[in-house]
Design a protein around this ligand. Structure first.
Ligand code: 3SL
Length: 244
């Protein structure tokens, strides 16, 4: 237990559009895009991909492709024409991708990662690696901003559930405190959802969007907690396993 006033802060920022209001006060930024970018990145790193280069635009991903790199691109939930894969977590389980470096652009997730890259420590969070990330943050005992990628700068439920669950664990450790209403709200939303996240999100905008695209299996995968024991981190513009 840390004495009350020495506890570090953990706060939730709902979307990149509010990042400027939070960005100066924290040492670590955890970027979360449960559906599906950060879940796909965790899957890639857990299945042996050496690194993911997060790029904000399709043009940048194409430039990597033209230089002979592997590249993946998603917009509006679909693989962009000319790319072999987008951000399905299943696509990154392919043994042929082991040891490879892949440039990736997605609608919201990679943009949020690049916005957060002004932090010296950026970590990739998802429901899949919830405990791995939370336990590591508790050990580090540095102040933490949990950034939800949202949907085109708007609030979304799934990132808030994940951020709230991480905040709850950190506060529970006795080493962290929260002051913002966004963090309190995220905690309560996450507690209401935790017994059945899939059902809780049934009416959510992104689940509906992905259902229309027949991506229900991806959604189930992304909404399952603690299936992966990885902590992907951003190092020199590439996302790699913390322990690599
Ligand atoms: O927004 C993103 O970065 C994507 O993960 C969106 S989708 O899941 O592919 O629709």
């Amino acid at each position: 237990m840390t004495p009350e006033d020495q506890r570090k802060r953990v706060e939730v920022c709902f979307s990149p559009s509010q990042f400027h209001l939070y960005r100066t006060d924290f040492e670590i930024c955890v970027v979360i895009d449960v559906l599906r970018a950060t879940s796909a990145i965790c899957s890639a790193i857990a299945h042996g991909v050496q690194a993911i280069i997060p790029v904000s635009t399709v043009e940048e991903a194409r430039a990597y492709q033209q230089q002979g790199h592997l590249a993946a691109a998603e917009r509006e939930g679909q693989i962009v024409e000319g790319f072999e894969f987008g951000n399905s977590p299943y696509a990154y389980m392919n043994p042929e991708l082991k040891g490879k470096i892949i440039a990736l652009t997605t609608t919201n997730g990679t943009r949020a990662i690049n916005i957060a890259s002004e932090f010296s420590q950026v970590v990739i969070g998802s429901l899949n690696n919830l405990d791995a990330v939370s336990d590591w943050l508790i050990e580090e005992e540095r102040s933490v901003l949990l950034l939800g990628s949202g949907w085109k700068d708007k609030f979304n439920l799934e990132d808030t559930i994940c951020a709230g669950a991480i905040a709850d664990k950190l506060i529970d450790s006795g080493k962290f405190k929260a002051e913002e209403d966004s963090t309190i709200a995220a905690k309560f939303i996450s507690r209401s959802a935790r017994d059945n996240i899939f059902a809780f999100l049934k009416a959510s905008s992104h689940r509906r969007r992905l259902k229309r695209l027949n991506l229900n299996e991806d959604v189930k995968y992304c909404l399952t907690t603690n299936t992966l024991d990885v902590i992907p981190v951003l190092r020199n513009g590439q996302i790699e396993n913390l322990h690599s």
